[in-house]
Structure formats: structure tokens, C-alpha cells
Design a protein around this ligand. Structure first.
Ligand code: FAD
Ligand code: 2HG
Ligand code: ZN
Length: 494
């Protein structure tokens, strides 16, 4: 008995010495100021934006260059220590924090890599370090008369590296596609410190596998992105936004098709509902866009449509809206201030929902032909699991992407939360949809990944992961089952 206790003490002593050596090697690589171990300093890196995922980190490493990122990864590889890359920590699927299989990992924060290169107008590109925020890049470009085709409400904190790593969608996908289609190149460091750099800026460079495309959307599991090169878009001279209250969701879906077919300047079509707008108004102390509720009975759907062009697109949009079926009310905004006011109703949803408690957060795609039936059936699906739960719905209608948030179940009521998620994701998959439309899989969607990817596809993903990160150190538990040091072997391994 005493021997066993002593053995346990020996193990703990050895663990502590190992921990000390890891920290000492990280400090040797970055300096003591940029290796955080004090709980007060690490806490903000250990819990995700929603508050649903949390775990202790061995340390937070804050490199300031690609070379320092490589040094951190070499130290972690030598110690067999998992690494969780982190940008702005605005991710919504728990992939940016050291939770679950990544507990005890080193959080590798990219936030000190903030350099943005001068705009390359000849090539039509901008290159920036991974830790630059989307808002900083947008501001940098605006002064030169450009923008990029990615935009989302977390722009002030979300980083280019995080946006690339999650292949973020956002509010401009209709015209510009998701992040992957806007990335011209990138630089990344692999788990063992090797570098992949594809930043030539050449539009034609067709030599071999498209490694940047593979790293985009890899959620920190294949490499740490250190630089991102994006295609520029000329800043539109004129913009018009319109908030449109619709008779019902079917009319809204039909209007999307009509706008797509007839309004060349169409840039965004976002979906909200009356109760979501009311929630945002209550949360931010705003007036409702139209006086009172549109309908005392129905939860009226709204479209927020934006058009952009060299000349004012307002007339083009108005002409279509005047005769479109199911349009109840329209508020048009042409000035920057009025447009911002309308977008606040849209962009305020995530924060307003989080203020009610940690939501069950789902991000599905459902074919537009089935979306009305899916939305109609949701309240009963939710009630069947948690009668008192509150359902919040909004999304990117042109991409058939619905954000389904449910508040009510306690953060620790894992059973209700997983039953709810399972029921809704099963329905989305049965309708030919996706369980993860734009936020990624992270830790949150791992139990259901098999609903959207076949066993063969999952085996190929696992093989790719093993090829790039054989020790399984990068973001374990995300996208493929964890394997490697101290973990059960992955049964999917050959
Ligand atoms: P983090 O949250 O830090 O990380 C996200 C994932 O990427 C993690 O798995 C992490 O390990 C990995 N990662 C981060 N940086 C790197 C790197 N340099 N190299 C390798 N891996 C890395 N998402 C959308 O798609 N569309 C939206 O409309 C949208 N709106 C949002 C609105 C709000 C209010 C919030 C809070 C979030 C929203 N998101 C949206 C989710 C989130 O903002 C995006 O996924 C964003 O791209 C994450 O960027 P980040 O820098 O915060 O990454
Ligand atoms: C959005 O489009 C974001 O608002 C966040 O993707 C969605 O909070 C959410 O569920
Ligand atoms: Zn979204």
C-alpha cells in the first residue's frame, strides 16, 4: 500500500518535472512574457465564446512570427504534447479551446501575428499574418478602395487564420463563395515544424495537390496557418439594403429565387424571424424595425437583402420588390448609417441568444425545397425533448443555411442537449442536408459527423491526418478520433 502511494507520488513528481521541462523549453523559444501559465492569464484562452466548452491548458504560447510558431510546434512535438491553435476564439464548435481530448494541451495563440502587407493591386491580392483580425484587414483595404468577400458578425475578433481554418461562410457567400474560394495562397507550419508556403500569387500554378485548399477548413488539425493570401474585390461604389417582412417562409424562399434570377447586383440574403429581431431589440435597447409585431399569431420571417454596384442598385431592387408575391413591408436603407442600423438586427442574434444562457448551437443546411417543412416541424421536435426550451432560428437563406439555437437546457444537462442536437441533426440529414453548414465540426459535432460523411470518406480524412500529423498532436478530438501518445489507438487506423 505504502509502495503504491510512493509510486503514485513518483509519477506525480515525474509528471510535474515533465511539465516544468515543457514550460522551460517554451520559455527558451519565446521568452517568459509570451508563455502564459498563470490561471488568471490563461482563463480567457480556455473557454470558448459560447461558454459551452472549457478545459485547462498546460500553457498559452504566444509566438510573434512564423519562425516562433515552428519553434513552439517543435517543442511540443519533442514533448509529445498536443497543441490547440487559436485565433480570436470566436469559433462556435469548441475547436479553439483545450477541452475533451485536448485537455492539458498547449494553446498556440496566433494573435501576435498581425502584420498586413501593402495591397498588391497588380495581382489583386492581399497577404496578411494569421492573427490579423477581419476588421483590421477590411479597414486596411478600404483605404485603398478594396475589400474581401468574407464578412461575418465576429469581424472585430475573428482572425484570418481562424477564418481560413474553419473555411468560414458568413454574409457574402451568395456572391463570393465560402472562404476557400477566396484564398489564393497560404503559409502553414506542420506539427513537426516543417513549412508549407504557397504565396507566389500566381493565378496559374497547377503543380500537384492543392495543399492550401486542404489546409483551409482543417480546423487546426493538419497545420498551423501563419499567413493568408486573399483575392481583392473592388469596393462597391453604391450599396442598398432592404429589410423585408414576408408573408411566410415559402414566399421568402421564392423571393430568393426571383432575386437571384433578376437582380444582378444581389450581394446578400439573410433570414431572420420576428421573435429573433425582438430579442436583439431587447438585448440592445433598439426600436423594432416596423412598429410592433407584424402578426400577432405568426412568427413573421424577414429577409435582409443587400445589393451592391457601381451605380445605385436601389431602383433595380425596388422594381422587383414592388411586384413580388408575399412582401408585407419593406424598409430600405441607402446611407451607411441606415444600412448599419438594419444589419445590427441581423448581426446581434448570436450575442442576444448567448445572453439567455449557453445555447445548444446547431448550424445545418437543408435543401431549399424542404426548408419550410423542416422549420415547421422544429418546434415539435424541440418540445418532445425539452418542453420548456426556446427555439431561435436565423441564417443565410440563399445558401439554405439555418442557425438553430435552443436555450433552456442547462449547460451541464448533457443528456438533453445531445438528445436535442441528435434529433435535429438526424432530421436535417434525412432531408438531404448537412449537419455542419459553415461553422465546422470542432468538438461539438463529432458525435454526428457520420451523418454527413460516409465511412470511406472518414477513413480518407483519417489517413490524411495521419500523413500530416502522425503523432496526433494537432487539435486532438477535432474532425478525426484522437490517437497517439497516451490515447487509445484509433480503430480506423490501418
Ligand atoms: P478560433 O475560434 O480561434 O478558432 C476556430 C478554429 O480554427 C479552431 O479549431 C482553431 O483550432 C482553428 N484555428 C484558429 N486559428 C488557426 C490557425 N492560424 N491555424 C490553424 N488553425 C487555426 N462563422 C461563419 O462561418 N459564419 C458566420 O456568419 C459567423 N458569424 C459569427 C458571429 C459571431 C458573433 C461569432 C461569435 C462567431 C461567428 N462565426 C461565424 C464563427 C467564427 O467567428 C468563425 O468560425 C471564425 O472564422 C473563427 O475565427 P477565430 O480567429 O476566432 O478562430
Ligand atoms: C451567424 O450567421 C453566425 O449569425 C452565428 O454564423 C450563428 O450563433 C450562431 O448560431
Ligand atoms: Zn452564419
Amino acid at each position: 500500500m505504502r509502495g503504491t502511494v510512493r509510486q503514485g507520488e513518483d509519477d506525480r513528481g515525474e509528471d510535474q518535472r515533465g511539465e516544468n521541462r515543457l514550460i522551460a523549453d517554451l520559455v527558451a523559444a519565446l521568452g517568459a512574457d509570451h508563455v502564459l501559465v498563470d490561471r488568471d492569464l490563461t482563463a480567457g484562452y480556455e473557454t470558448d465564446w459560447t461558454g459551452a466548452f472549457t478545459g485547462r491548458a498546460a500553457a498559452v504560447a504566444r509566438p510573434a512570427s512564423t519562425g516562433e510558431v515552428a519553434a513552439v510546434l517543435r517543442v511540443c512535438a519533442a514533448h509529445g504534447r498536443p497543441v490547440v491553435p487559436q485565433g480570436g476564439n470566436t469559433g462556435l464548435v469548441g475547436g479553439s479551446v483545450p477541452a475533451g481530448a485536448a485537455t492539458g494541451a498547449v494553446v498556440l495563440s496566433l494573435r501576435r501575428l498581425t502584420a498586413i502587407d501593402p495591397v498588391d493591386t497588380a495581382a489583386g491580392l492581399v497577404t496578411a499574418a494569421a492573427g490579423a483580425t477581419l476588421a483590421d484587414v477590411q479597414t486596411h483595404l478600404r483605404t485603398a478602395g478594396y475589400t474581401i468577400g468574407v464578412d461575418l458578425a465576429a469581424r472585430d475578433s475573428a482572425t484570418l487564420g481562424g477564418i481560413a481554418a474553419t473555411n468560414a461562410g458568413g454574409e457574402r457567400v451568395l456572391r463570393h463563395g465560402m472562404t476557400r474560394s477566396q484564398i489564393a495562397g497560404l503559409e502553414a507550419v506542420l506539427a513537426d515544424g516543417r513549412l508549407v508556403r504557397r504565396l507566389s500569387g500566381l493565378p496559374k500554378d497547377n503543380v500537384g495537390y492543392d495543399l492550401p485548399a486542404l489546409l483551409v477548413g482543417s480546423e487546426g488539425t493538419l497545420g498551423v496557418i501563419t499567413r493568408v493570401q486573399l483575392r481583392l474585390i473592388g469596393l462597391p461604389r453604391a450599396r442598398t439594403a432592404a429589410l423585408i417582412a414576408m408573408a411566410d417562409l415559402t414566399a421568402a424562399v421564392n423571393l430568393v429565387a426571383l432575386l437571384r434570377a433578376t437582380v444582378g447586383s444581389l450581394d446578400a440574403v439573410e433570414l431572420m424571424f420576428d421573435d429573433g429581431i425582438t430579442l436583439v431589440c431587447d438585448h440592445q435597447g433598439l426600436p423594432t424595425p416596423f412598429p410592433g409585431r407584424i402578426s400577432p399569431v405568426h412568427n413573421t420571417p424577414y429577409l435582409l437583402v443587400e445589393c451592391v454596384g457601381r451605380t445605385d442598385p436601389a431602383d433595380e431592387l425596388a422594381t422587383v420588390l414592388e411586384t413580388a408575391a408575399g412582401v408585407l413591408h419593406v424598409a430600405v436603407a441607402t446611407t451607411a448609417m441606415d444600412r448599419r442600423r438594419l444589419w445590427t438586427y441581423r448581426d446581434g442574434h448570436t450575442a442576444a441568444v448567448n445572453a439567455l444562457g449557453v445555447p445548444v448551437k446547431l448550424d445545418v443546411a437543408v435543401p431549399l425545397t424542404r426548408i419550410t417543412a423542416f422549420v415547421d416541424d422544429l418546434p415539435a421536435l424541440v418540445r418532445a425533448v425539452t418542453p420548456s426550451a426556446r427555439l431561435h432560428l436565423w441564417g443565410h437563406l440563399a445558401e439554405a443555411n439555418l442557425h438553430v439555437n435552443i436555450t433552456g437546457p442547462d449547460r451541464d444537462d448533457t443528456r438533453s442537449r445531445e438528445t436535442l442536437a441528435g434529433a435535429i441533426l438526424t432530421r436535417a440529414a434525412a432531408d438531404g442536408g448537412s449537419i455542419g453548414a459553415e461553422h465546422g465540426v470542432g468538438r461539438a459535432k463529432m458525435p454526428w459527423i457520420g451523418m454527413s460523411r460516409s465511412p470511406d470518406e472518414l477513413a480518407v480524412m483519417t489517413a490524411v491526418k495521419h500523413a500530416l500529423d502522425p503523432a496526433g498532436l494537432l487539435n486532438p478530438g477535432v474532425l478525426v478520433p484522437p490517437y497517439g501518445i497516451g490515447r487509445a489507438a484509433d480503430p480506423a487506423l490501418p
